[in-house]
Design a protein around this ligand. Structure first.
Ligand SMILES: Cc1cc2nc3c(=O)[nH]c(=O)nc-3n(C[C@H](O)[C@H](O)[C@H](O)COP(=O)(O)OP(=O)(O)OC[C@H]3O[C@@H](n4cnc5c(N)ncnc54)[C@H](O)[C@@H]3O)c2cc1C
Length: 436
């Protein structure tokens, strides 16, 4: 018989009421919160980490993907406007990002995580209508008669209740949707996580000259050195002697580690750092230019690509992505290839035709069975292949902008999040520079 511990029921005072409450201050959540405040909504952004940016800062993923793409003639052009482009361009002007640079058949913008952290915080602090709470985790949601009625937030002070007209789940793991008791799923093919890390004192000139040979070097030593991933990227940050390394991959008995499982997540953090030490040693021994390099640090947290997603009004499919489908309720453009980190250290790529894009339907951001809750970012409704494309940061940010704009329409029309006038939503987005 297993022992049980019964906790006393809690009766929490509602500490504050908002028009919009965003849970998760990653790329998607920060975009939603800033947009909401700019549209005149009293907005709260609740983040469990001590900083904003989610995987972009905490996971140090290192490049903004999905912001630019390659035209048919190979030239690089912005794919997004509005909030994501504002952030990308500001980072570039500050010297905290460079490019865009061509990458495979598309384009990426390498950035410095520290610069993203600072810019997102500065952007939030300028908005008077926005309250940001860090070190704050949403633990419960009260769901009744089709509506989220309030959430409980755990802070260092204890637990408090908050309420809002509209809620956004931007937790990456569909934490809020799950807490509300609504349907979520993981599917049977989640992607592998990775621990990113930075090396300094690299002779970058020599290392970059060898970059083209990296896949060959990795392939040659893949079995003998028990490397976790075939291929990988060395991303110069443009700070002297500094390179971000994307070569790790964490499994449990050969299958992908599940970042929403407490025990596996702990194992992943520990194994991730052990892997960093092994990979740094490999680079020093095998890759010219790294002989004197050292690990500046690993990312603050394990990079989680995929866990739970919502059961939404529509699930994006592989044919939508590769067929460059434009939806009537499309809220932004996306053209990142399908990139799936799969078994055997492999990465599978499937590309859209150059110069084309699909749009992300609003319905992918609308969980079934609830009238005042939307999602943005990597917990949206998508089939596994389509998810491999839509999970990158450009789409996450534009989804954040879209759901906050929808929240404003919900307030104006006093309607359900499921009944938002999508023509009006698209009109509002284009008026703010979002290409559709
Ligand atoms: C190793 C790796 C490499 C990648 N490389 C790239 C790349 O090069 N370019 C690219 O564009 N994309 C890349 N991606 C994908 C991309 O980083 C993510 O999909 C994207 O950043 C997700 O953004 P998000 O806002 O949806 O979620 P997240 O960034 O995961 O943010 C969710 C936030 O919610 C918070 N949160 C969760 N639960 C709660 C709660 N209950 N209460 C309060 N806060 C909560 C979390 O702390 C987190 O800050 C990579 C991903 C990984 C893992």
């Amino acid at each position: 018989m297993s022992a049980r511990l019964e906790l006393p029921a809690e009766d929490l005072e509602v500490r504050a009421e908002f028009d919009l409450l965003v849970v998760g201050g990653g790329s998607a959540g920060t975009a939603a919160a800033v947009t909401g405040a700019r549209l005149g909504l009293r907005t709260a952004l609740i983040e469990e980490m001590p900083f904003l940016g989610g995987m972009s800062t905490g996971g140090c993923v290192g490049t903004y993907c999905g912001f630019y793409h390659q035209e048919r003639d190979g030239s690089l052009a912005p794919l997004v406007g509005g909030f994501p482009l504002e952030i990308a361009e500001t980072l570039r002007k500050r010297g905290d990002a460079y490019g865009p640079i061509p990458f495979k058949e598309t384009a990426a913008l390498p950035y410095v995580p520290w610069g993203v952290k600072l810019l997102l915080e500065e952007t939030c602090r300028r908005e008077e209508a926005l309250v940001v709470q860090l070190h704050a985790k949403v633990t419960h949601a009260i769901f009744d008669d089709g509506l989220v009625r309030g959430v409980a937030v755990q802070t260092r002070e204890g637990r408090a209740a908050l309420r809002a007209r509209v809620y956004v789940d931007a937790t990456g793991d569909a934490d809020l949707v799950r807490a509300a008791g609504l349907e979520t799923f993981k599917g049977d093919a989640i992607q592998y996580p990775s621990m990113m890390f930075t090396m300094q004192n690299v002779d970058t000139q020599r290392a970059l000259a060898e970059m083209r040979r990296l896949p060959e070097i990795i392939e040659e030593h893949f079995e003998s050195e028990k490397l976790p991933r075939r291929g990988g990227n060395l991303i110069p940050t443009l700070r002297p002697g500094e390179v971000l390394v994307a070569m790790s991959r964490i499994d449990v008995g050969g299958r992908p580690l599940d970042g929403s499982d407490a025990e596996e997540l702990t194992y992943g953090e520990l194994e991730g750092r052990a892997q960093v030490a092994r990979l740094a040693d490999f680079l020093r021994r095998r890759v010219p230019g790294f002989e004197e390099a050292f690990v500046a640090d690993s990312a603050p947290r394990l990079g989680i690509r995929e866990t739970r997603k919502i059961a939404g009004e529509y699930a994006l499919t592989e044919s939508d992505v590769l067929g460059a489908r434009h939806f009537e309720d499309g809220i932004g453009r996306s053209a990142w290839p399908i990139e799936r980190h799969v078994r055997g250290g492999e990465t599978v790529w499937k590309f859209l035709d150059k110069g084309t894009w699909y749009t992300i339907p609003y319905r992918c951001l609308v969980p079934r069975g609830v009238d005042n809750l939307l999602v943005a970012g990597r917990c949206l409704s998508a089939e596994p292949d389509a998810f491999g494309s839509v999970r990158v940061i450009g789409p996450c940010m534009l989804e954040g902008q879209a759901v906050a704009t929808a929240a404003r329409l919900v307030r104006d029309a006093d309607c359900s999040t499921r009944a938002v006038d999508v023509d009006r939503l698209r009109h509002e987005l284009t008026a703010r520079g979002v290409p559709l």
